[in-house]
Design a protein around this ligand. Structure first.
Ligand SMILES: C[S@@+](CC[C@H](N)C(=O)[O-])C[C@H]1O[C@@H](n2cnc3c(N)ncnc32)[C@H](O)[C@@H]1O
Length: 233
């Protein structure tokens, strides 16, 4: 009898733990279900609303200490600072800018942060050595790249990014924008250009409450064993 009681208490305990864990998993996993019909209609059209989602975005980037990250079109360095924390003192964040005055500002801002290297980049390529970075982060910059040569830009990214590396694009979604439609890139256009340049989207996140998306790409060649950058494993 005593044994039965013990068994019962143990089973209830396990059931409680399993239920608790699955609820935790559900709570952490974003859902696309529209529970509130007005939820998607409420969004901040300002240029910076997506920055409120910085923790979520940085988690999606899955940056490891020691990583080599390129912040292309770093601007005032708002993202550079977050990226620098993620790569740590063993890693590097290359803060690329086409605007010389911004490069100077970035160099001053990060003078004490040894892992940040701000530099003046050419407009048609990142200007870093081959296979030198694990991740390229491109926030609110893609629509600034020359529309005539964007497919070639993806090919340039493939030179600079290691075979195991990724490109992450954070952009305004014009189809959903309530402000500044021209400061963004249609997702279909982005994917089409990336595919023509040899890249494949592996994660796409819409950021609720904003008009932005995050799209993460890997190189198409990573999918083919005979050309596998991982040595055909
Ligand atoms: C809207 S700001 C975004 C700044 C920053 N990435 C952010 O999200 O806060 C766009 C920046 O991209 C830079 N830019 C434009 N064309 C570029 C290119 N071809 N290569 C690198 N940076 C570029 C501009 O100088 C500008 O600072």
């Amino acid at each position: 009898m005593r044994y039965r009681w013990r068994l019962l208490i143990l089973s209830v305990g396990w059931a409680f733990l399993a239920c608790f864990c699955s609820r935790m998993a559900v709570a952490e996993c974003p859902t696309s279900r529209i529970a509130d019909t007005q939820a998607l209609a409420k969004r901040d059209g300002s240029g910076y609303a997506h920055r409120q989602k910085a923790d979520f975005l940085l988690d999606r980037l899955d940056i490891w200490p020691g990583d080599q990250v390129l912040d292309l079109g770093a601007g005032d360095g708002w993202w550079t600072e977050h990226l620098a924390k993620k790569v740590g003192s063993e890693g590097t964040v290359y803060a690329a800018e086409v605007n010389a005055a911004l490069v100077e500002r970035l160099q001053k801002r990060f003078a004490e942060t040894s892992q940040v290297k701000a530099y003046l980049c050419p407009p048609d390529k990142p200007g870093l050595p081959e296979n030198s970075v694990d991740l390229v982060f491109i926030s609110a910059v893609y629509h600034h790249l020359n529309k005539e040569t964007r497919i070639q830009y993806w090919r340039e990214l493939a030179n600079v990014v290691r075979p195991t590396g990724r490109v992450a694009i954070l952009e305004t979604y014009p189809a959903l924008a309530v402000k500044g439609k021209d400061h963004g890139t249609q997702l279909s256009k982005l994917i089409d250009e990336a595919e023509q340049g040899g890249w494949v989207p592996v994660e796409i996140w819409y950021l609720p409450g904003t008009q932005h998306y995050l799209a993460i790409f890997v190189q198409q060649k990573a999918f083919f064993e005979q050309q596998s950058p991982f040595g055909g494993r």
